[in-house]
Every structure is written in structure tokens, then in C-alpha cells.
Design a protein around this ligand. Structure first.
Ligand code: LLP
Length: 400
């Protein structure tokens, strides 16, 4: 089915995901670690559409969650509790309580203080909380500063020395069971060496824990693998997996990989229709019915999603910005790109929009969020309806 008919059938703006590609990407991760005990815990934050999650669940995926909402959604999608982990720098007590009650695989902890809170809540529940500690290896992941997480200046994880104290403490507690060690140095990573440097540092630490007699079973390598938004050279999955495994000689932990973007990013496109064009003496603008509230990445990270006007790929092009209707100059989907002359109704396709597209969308300017469609063996299926206007104010209470 072509994008024109999808846009006609489901209207725009619209997200379309190719589930065949999704399957291929997910199985690629599984294959890369084949032969070793491993679990791919898909990072829900990249795209948490329920149908997409059930589809991944059917392929054997686990889930990396960063809120109790994500934990509940993963469970709802049929991901077994023993494949769900809960990470994140600010877990509330009620979230910890619920996660322990649901008996998920483990919680990735971000501080000593958090560990004490988890211990207290586990004690209240009469449970032993399975935990893992996120180590901050202080390594520059060489990515956009907003999505770099492995340096001491970032809020994530704890220094190795602190992590060590945490494991020693956990060993003495009747309400904690340290089952894993974790790191994640950033997202959209296109260089393997910082990942392997981090892995080596954490692997050495992991081995020192084993030497202390701690039975830590899971080695959680986070996510972060980049995709080719602008023709970047991406890290081959095989090299990634082999590189990680080479840091783990003489030990056999179960590998947990929290991939998000690399599984879902290149499966999705964002379709938006041209409303009209305007130009001034300096600039040409194509105004479309999608906006930064639908696809936030260009505004937030100056990310470039390759785009084209469907059916006009071979026409002469001139520079322009592709902008939405939101009342901010930061509202653009593409800046200084070459596009043919467009008319109202033309369809603009933005590629690589499967990850951090819909999941970061908002209702800013009281705009309804787009619909989402899955292509399964080429057949379209609506997996999330476009929001209705009424739903936008349904939870608001009248003052008078
Ligand atoms: N694990 C942890 C602890 C994370 O913080 C993240 C992403 C992931 C796994 C998944 O990373 P991935 O494989 O998707 O790179 N909104 C940004 C990306 C933020 C990533 C946050 N953490 C963007 O649109 O580029």
C-alpha cells in the first residue's frame, strides 16, 4: 500500500510503521547475541504503542521501562514480568512499591539513597527486591549533549566506588538481592569505542563483584545504538555484540540489552500534508499540517529526518524550511532543505520517525496527536486512532 492511499484513508498527520522491518530489526539483536544467555529488553520510551509492544512480545522481547506507566503497559502488552526491568533516575516510592508488587525481573538503581528506599519498601511488602546498580563510567559517548548520559556531569548512575559500597550493603540486607550491573552512556551512538570502553570498565567491576562472592547474574549493557538519519555509518550489530562479549572473557553473565531506537527507528515514517507555501525576500517556507508537537526531534536536537515530497522526487528543487502551524519559530520539521515547488495537498514523507516520534508528541497548541498505522506483510492496520478534540479537555474540571 502506498503512502498516498494511507494518507487518504487515515488522514494526516500520520505515523506509519513497517512491522516486517520491526521484526527483522528485533531478530537482528537476538541473533547478534545468539549462543549466549541474553534478553533484549526493548526500551519502551522509543515507542510504546500497545500493538507494537504485543508484536515484540510475540517475538520474545522483554521491556526496559522508566515509569510505572511503562511497566503496566509492558504487562498489558503481554510481556512477562520476568522479562521486565525498571530503570530511571527518579523513581517515586509508589512506583517502586508497584514494581515490587508486580514482581518484575529487577530495578536498575541510580543512587545509594534510592537503594535504601527500595529496601524499606521491600521490607514493608515482605519481599526481597531484585536490584542492579547503574554505573556511571565517566565516558564521553560522543553524541548530542541532551542524550549523552555517561559522564559525571550527567545525572545518571553512580561512580564505581559508590556502586561497590552499594553491592556490599545489599549483600548484608535481607530485603535486597543484587542480581545485575548496568550502564548506559547515551543514545544515537555511532562510535563503538566509547561503548566498549564503558563495557570493559563495567565488566572489570563485574568480575571484582564475582570475586567478592556476589552472585551477580545480569550484565545490562543499556541501549544507545544509532541509526542513519543523515547517512551516518552505523555500528554493525555483530561487531557490537562481539565487542561487548570480548570484554566479558572468563565469565558468563546473562546479557541484557535495552535497545530502543535501533529496533524501531527506521521502521517508521511520518506523513504530513502541505497546507501551503509562503516566501519572503529571504526565505521560502512550506507549511504542513504536522508540527513540532507531532515530531519534536528537529526542534529539540536539531535532528535531521530525511524528507521528500511524494511523487515530486525528480523535480527541480530550491532551499526552504518545512514548518508547522505552531506559534513558535522553533516549530520546524526541516531547515534549509532542498524541496520542489509544492501545492496544497502534496504529501511530505519524513523518514526514520519510528523512535522518539509519537512517544515525544504533545498536545501543544491544543492539537490532537496523529493516528498510527502498522503495515503487517504490507497490509495496513490502524493501531492508534487520531485523538478527538473532546478527549483533549475530557479531564479538565469546570471552575464555575
Ligand atoms: N536505556 C536507558 C537507560 C536509556 O536512558 C535509554 C534512552 C535507552 C536504554 C534506549 O536508548 P536507545 O537504544 O533508544 O538509544 N529522545 C531522544 C533519545 C533519548 C534517549 C533516552 N534514553 C531522541 O529523540 O534522540
Amino acid at each position: 500500500m502506498d503512502f498516498h492511499s494511507l494518507a487518504q484513508r487515515y488522514q494526516t498527520p500520520l505515523y506509519v510503521y513497517d512491522f516486517d522491518k520491526l521484526k527483522e530489526n528485533f531478530l537482528g539483536f537476538k541473533d547478534a547475541f545468539a549462543g549466549r544467555k541474553s534478553l533484549i529488553c526493548y526500551a519502551l520510551k522509543a515507542n510504546s504503542n500497545l500493538s507494537l509492544l504485543s508484536f515484540l512480545a510475540s517475538l520474545g522481547a522483554g521491556a526496559d521501562c522508566v515509569s510505572i506507566g511503562e511497566v503496566k503497559k509492558a504487562l498489558l502488552a503481554g510481556i512477562p514480568k520476568y522479562k521486565i526491568i525498571f530503570s530511571g533516575v527518579g523513581k517515586r516510592d509508589d512506583e517502586i512499591y508497584e514494581a515490587l508488587r508486580e514482581d518484575i525481573l529487577f530495578l536498575n538503581l541510580e543512587s545509594f539513597e534510592e537503594m535504601k528506599r527500595v529496601e524499606k519498601i521491600a521490607k514493608e511488602l515482605g519481599k526481597r527486591a531484585r536490584i542492579s546498580v547503574r554505573v556511571n563510567p565517566n565516558i564521553d559517548a560522543k553524541t548530542h549533549p541532551y542524550i549523552s548520559t555517561g559522564l559525571y556531569e550527567n545525572k545518571f548512575g553512580v561512580e564505581i566506588e559508590v556502586a561497590k559500597e552499594m553491592y556490599i550493603y545489599a549483600k548484608t540486607s535481607s530485603f535486597l538481592e543484587a542480581v545485575g550491573v548496568h550502564f548506559h552512556i547515551g543514545s544515537q551512538l555511532c562510535e563503538l569505542s566509547p561503548i566498549l570502553e564503558a563495557s570493559q570498565k563495567v565488566a572489570d567491576f563485574y568480575k571484582s563483584l564475582l570475586a567478592l562472592g556476589l552472585e551477580v547474574k545480569f550484565f545490562d549493557i543499556g541501549g544507545g545504538l544509532g541509526i542513519a538519519y543523515e547517512g551516518e555509518e552505523i555500528i554493525p550489530l555483530y561487531d557490537y555484540a562481539q565487542g561487548i562479549l570480548s570484554t566479558l572473557k572468563d565469565c558468563e553473565p546473562t546479557i541484557i540489552c535495552e535497545a530502543g531506537r535501533r529496533i524501531v527507528g527506521d521502521c517508521g515514517v511520518f506523513l504530513t500534508k502541505v497546507i501551503g507555501e509562503k516566501s519572503n525576500s529571504h526565505k521560502r517556507f512550506i507549511i504542513v499540517d504536522g508540527a513540532m508537537n507531532d515530531l519534536m526531534r528537529p526542534t529539540l536536537y536539531q535532528a535531521k529526518h530525511h524528507s521528500y515530497i511524494l511523487g515530486k522526487e525528480n523535480e527541480p528543487k530550491t532551499p526552504c524550511d518545512i514548518v508547522g502551524a505552531i506559534c513558535e519559530s522553533g516549530d520546524f520539521l526541516a531547515k534549509n532543505v532542498l524541496m520542489p515547488s509544492s501545492e496544497s495537498g502534496d504529501l511530505v514523507v519524513f523518514e526514520n520517525a519510528g523512535a522518539y516520534g509519537y512517544s515525544m508528541s504533545s498536545n501543544y497548541n491544543t492539537r490532537t496527536r496523529p493516528a498510527e498505522v502498522a503495515l503487517i506483510e504490507g497490509n495496513p492496520k490502524l493501531i492508534k486512532a487520531r485523538e478527538s478534540l473532546e478527549s483533549l479537555w475530557a479531564n479538565e474540571l469546570e471552575l464555575l
